[in-house]
Each structure stands twice: as structure tokens, then as C-alpha cells.
Design a protein. Structure first.
Length: 230
């Protein structure tokens, strides 16, 4: 599997980075993990064909993680001329939130005729579910609005079974040591690393506070366009 960080930034474009968007290139097809508002820009920048993506996984329903969905669907309809089905999976409420987002941004777009089917799957916590070419197990975490990918969350013990035994843990580290609601700081994450028992850690979704410290970080970090292989 190849993992490409198309967007590794936070909601506010810290460091000029694009919003969260991670491409998993599997033998059975492309899977996009989160689709922030800048996702299509990232795909164009790094020469990723949107039609190569058949599955989109949403960690939660904040704009910097799902705001690119209306643009992705409209591009598929009007520009990329998609014909293959598209599967979108996310937490409870995903179907209604996508419908509302499309109607706010482009009235009438949610019901416009398309040459492809959009299937929206709402994930049940702690239940392995087949989604496109992969099996996904979602966990409830501590972040308002709401794969091993932490999404946004303050520390919660739910991360332990989610990460245990993983080949790669992609984790938010929004601040270095400042603790805020609904987000992880690096020092808290590192203090729990022995419990998580992952083979490899890559941090992402960093604020300006973290970006200033990149050269001194004790672990890998994501950058827009970075390619990782497992």
C-alpha cells in the first residue's frame, strides 16, 4: 500500500498547507481518507486523477475534513465525467450533512442527475465494515461533530485498541504541549505511545506552533505531497 499525504494542514492553512486529505493507493483501488475543502486543489497539484478514487472515508464532519465533498462530486459530474460508483463512508449523520452542504454551496446540486451512483455508508462504532476495497473499524473519540488514523481528538483510551498492532499510525498533533479541547498535543501523544504499540508514527494536522519545531521533532511528520509505503 502507498500512502500519499495530499493535504497535511489544519483548518486555517498554517504554514500554507492544504487541509486534511490522505490517499491510500491499494491494489483494489484508491481510497481517500478525509476530503478537506482544498482536496481538489491538492489532487490537481499532485497529479491525482479524481476518477482513480472510488472510496472516501470521513473521520468526522468538520469543513477541513469533509468540505471538499461537494466539489469532488460536482467535478466528477461536470469535469472528470465519472461513470464508476463512488462510496462515501463516515459517522452517523454523514448523508444528511453532505446533502445540506451541497445545497448551501451549489443549490440543486444534491439532486442533479449523474452518470454515476453515490453510495453513502454511515459507520457503526467498533464494528468492522467492508467499505470499497478495505475493511474499516471506526471508534468514538473526543472531538465535537463526530481510521489507524486518529482524526481530530483529545486523548481518549479508544485510541489504544484502534492503534494497537498497526503498521502505521497517522495521528493529529495540533500543538507541541498545549492542551486544548478536542485536539491532541504531541507530548500527550508521545506519553501514550507505549500503550498504542504501533510500528510507525506519522503526525499531521499541525498548527503554526508545531511547524516551527519540525527540525526537532522525535518522530515522522506529514507534508503535502509526501509519499509513504508499507
Amino acid at each position: 500500500m502507498r500512502i500519499r499525504f495530499l493535504g497535511s494542514g489544519d483548518a486555517f492553512g498554517s504554514g500554507g498547507r492544504l487541509q486534511t486529505c490522505i490517499l491510500l493507493e491499494t491494489p483494489a483501488g484508491g481510497v481517500l481518507v478525509d476530503c478537506g475543502a482544498s482536496a481538489l486543489i491538492a489532487m490537481r497539484r499532485f497529479a491525482v486523477d479524481p476518477n482513480s478514487i472510488d472510496t472516501i472515508l470521513l473521520s468526522h464532519l468538520h469543513g477541513d475534513h469533509f468540505g471538499g465533498i461537494p466539489f469532488f462530486i460536482l467535478d466528477a459530474q461536470l469535469v472528470s465525467k465519472r461513470v464508476r460508483p463512488l462510496v462515501i463512508a463516515g459517522p452517523a449523520g454523514t448523508k444528511e450533512r453532505i446533502h445540506r452542504a451541497m445545497e448551501v454551496l451549489f443549490p440543486g446540486s444534491s439532486t442533479a442527475p449523474r452518470a454515476f451512483k453515490v453510495e453513502i455508508v454511515e459507520l457503526e462504532p467498533e464494528q468492522p465494515q467492508a467499505v470499497g476495497p478495505i475493511t474499516v473499524t471506526a471508534y468514538l473519540v473526543e472531538h465535537a461533530s463526530g481510521v489507524t488514523y486518529t482524526g481530530d481528538t483529545s486523548w481518549t483510551d479508544a485510541l489504544i485498541p484502534a492503534a494497537r498492532g498497526s503498521d502505521l499510525l497517522i495521528a493529529e498533533a495540533y500543538f507541541y504541549d498545549k492542551r486544548v479541547s478536542f485536539h491532541l498535543d504531541l507530548q500527550t501523544l508521545l506519553s501514550h505511545l507505549p500503550e498504542l504499540r504501533t510500528e510507525r508514527l506519522v503526525i499531521t494536522h499541525m498548527s503554526a506552533d508545531m511547524l516551527r519545531r519540525l527540525d526537532a521533532l522525535p518522530c515522522e511528520w506529514a507534508e503535502d505531497g509526501k509519499l509513504t509505503e508499507l
